[in-house]
Design a protein around this ligand. Structure first.
Ligand code: BTN
Length: 252
């Protein structure tokens, strides 16, 4: 795959400093973090197959090499940790917006950044920072034979009725949405994304179970906070939970 296959527009091209494609790597995330991050703009690393793809919370991310898109965008953010914290939900909104523009009107984001259709996992986002380099790894199921390791309902773009799921077409659409969105996140912060969260929120108003350590707390999800946390109404009052500290399941 070449950059010219992606049909990028001027806004995305202005943000793209480097594009690398490989047939197979261990993880595009590790690849992106093993090389210097551009001084400005984004570097994009895409692989047809990952031998040791990684998901959130230390899980493996194994996908069918023929049927999934796996890529990482790396970039510097000149932001203090508190302003960088909501990048996960912001990236979720940007990717969901791009998938909706491709025709997938049913895509939703399950906080903090799982991509779902009717509660079935379509893809996910893994964000890792090393110094001032940030790697945003994205996996999207295009036409997957099986996801035996996942342990939860899953879907793909073909099953969700969104075209052929051609890898370059989908990657191009995601980069057209994501690259300018990352620049806007750095410049203007989370508020614009927070305002759009409600359009894609998979949990709003639903009963959820918040898991932290060994404990499980029942509640009702109330949307995202300005700091990217999930606001939940529990029996004893409202609380804001933060990614990395808890995981959240739909309760019923
Ligand atoms: C999740 O657990 O939901 C996040 C999945 C993120 C997977 C992507 S695939 C491209 C990039 N490389 C990796 O090793 N992981 C991310």
């Amino acid at each position: 795959m070449r950059e010219s296959d992606l049909a990028l527009d001027d806004a995305a091209r202005a943000e793209l400093a480097a594009f690398q494609h490989a047939l197979a790597v261990d993880s595009t995330q590790d690849w992106a973090l093993s090389v210097p991050v551009p001084a400005r703009g984004c570097a994009v690393f895409v692989a047809d197959a990952q031998r040791a793809g990684r998901g959130r919370r230390g899980r493996a991310w194994q996908t069918d090499p023929q049927g999934a898109l796996a890529f990482t965008v790396s970039r510097r953010f000149g932001l203090p940790p508190a302003r960088l914290a909501p990048l996960g939900p912001a990236a979720g909104v940007a990717v969901a917006r791009a998938l909706a523009a491709l025709g997938l009107g049913t895509v939703r984001v399950k906080w903090p950044n799982d991509l779902v259709v009717d509660d079935a996992k379509l893809g996910g986002i893994l964000i890792e920072a090393r110094g001032d380099a940030v790697a945003i790894g994205i996996g999207v199921n295009l036409d997957v034979a099986a996801m035996p390791h996942l342990g939860q309902p899953w879907t793909d773009l073909r099953r969700a009725g969104c075209g052929e799921g051609d890898r370059a077409r989908v990657l191009g659409a995601l980069l057209r949405g994501l690259l300018p969105a990352l620049a806007s996140f750095e410049r203007d912060g989370f508020p614009v994304f927070a305002a759009e969260w409600a359009r894609f929120d998979a949990l709003a108003g639903r009963p959820v179970r918040v898991l932290a350590g060994g404990a499980a707390l029942e509640g009702v999800a109330l949307g995202v906070e300005a700091d990217g946390g999930l606001r939940v109404r529990h029996a004893d009052g409202e609380r804001v939970h933060h990614a990395g500290e808890v995981s959240v399941r739909v309760a019923a």
